[in-house]
Design a binder for this molecule. Structure first.
Ligand code: ADP
Length: 271
């Protein structure tokens, strides 16, 4: 089966000048992700996680190397709009993702240019709002929602576009514990419904909710392995509710157990 994302020999730098290659933001990334996978990406700040996410979403083009999404190369400009429709990205700050004056208009926003019949648009908005648990708030002003609700609204806008892949770039880090728990669980259910999920996170619990974990440092992939192999106990976490004391305790236990991430992570805060 064709992988949904395929990255080969990817190098990337932001500056057009003569930056030595060892300082590039991404260095020789090789990555294949299959349809339906649930992958977490962790690593210290500045290790290249967000840059990689934006390249996978077709927002930046590789400086060198190739990126294929659903078999289409991002280097082909004619394919790029298709790729952007197939890969959704949820960012850190929910306030920056609000685009319309009501909840339902916000979800419909991305659909406006797709040329869909009105009925289908309405059905997609209703379905997305149901999936993220915002039914009954259709007329509400998005700015009056809680942080977790705003982030679920951003996710609804993406779900309505019916992408194959959704990337979450620290999408829970600005939320309170309840919001984080709601959004993490929603991410998990989206994957269970068949969406390929890539979750960039600093939370150990969230990272372990995935099936496969990628550790980045210094613009490179340092580790790419099934979660079950990294830490068998992590399998039990899938049933736990997220809360802050548990998260702190988990970090201590993981580091005490010689978690493989220790090699590339410089401090507990970097997890
Ligand atoms: P992470 O998401 O792991 O924190 P980033 O992908 O944001 O890492 O950053 C990788 C590297 O690229 C860092 O050295 C960072 O300073 C640099 N970088 C990120 N965004 C920009 C930008 N817009 N312009 C220039 N350099 C950037």
């Amino acid at each position: 089966m064709e992988p949904i994302l395929h990255v080969s020999n990817l190098w990337f730098h932001y500056q057009p000048d003569e930056v030595p290659k060892e300082k590039w933001a991404l260095k020789d990334i090789q990555l294949t992700i299959g349809a339906g996978e649930y992958v977490s990406i962790v690593g210290p700040n500045g290790s290249g996680k967000s840059t990689l996410a934006r390249i996978l979403a077709g927002l930046y083009l590789p400086t060198e190397g190739d990126v294929h999404v659903c078999g289409r190369a991002t280097s082909n400009e004619q394919e790029l709009w298709q790729i952007r429709r197939r890969v959704g990205i949820v960012f850190q700050n929910p306030d920056n993702q609000i685009v319309a004056p009501t909840v339902q208009d916000d979800v419909a926003f991305g659909l406006e240019n797709m040329g869909l019949p009105r009925d289908e648009m309405r059905a997609r908005v209703a379905h997305a709002l149901q999936l993220v648990g915002l039914v009954g708030l259709e007329e509400r002003e998005p700015h009056h929602l809680s942080g977790g609700q705003k982030q679920r609204l951003a996710i609804a806008g993406i779900v309505a576009m019916q992408p194959d892949v959704i990337l979450f770039d620290e999408a829970t880090s600005m939320l309170d514990p309840q919001g984080r728990s709601e959004v993490s669980q929603l991410i998990q259910s989206l994957n269970q419904l068949g969406t390929t999920v890539i979750h960039i996170t600093h939370s150990a619990i969230e990272a372990f909710m995935a099936e496969r974990m990628i550790v980045m440092a210094d613009g490179q992939i340092k580790l790419d392995a099934p979660v079950a192999e990294l830490y068998p106990e992590a399998m039990k976490l899938k049933e736990w509710d997220l809360d802050v004391p548990l998260e702190v305790e988990l970090h201590h236990r993981l580091i005490g157990a010689g978690w493989p991430m220790r090699a590339s992570i410089t401090s507990k805060e970097d997890l």
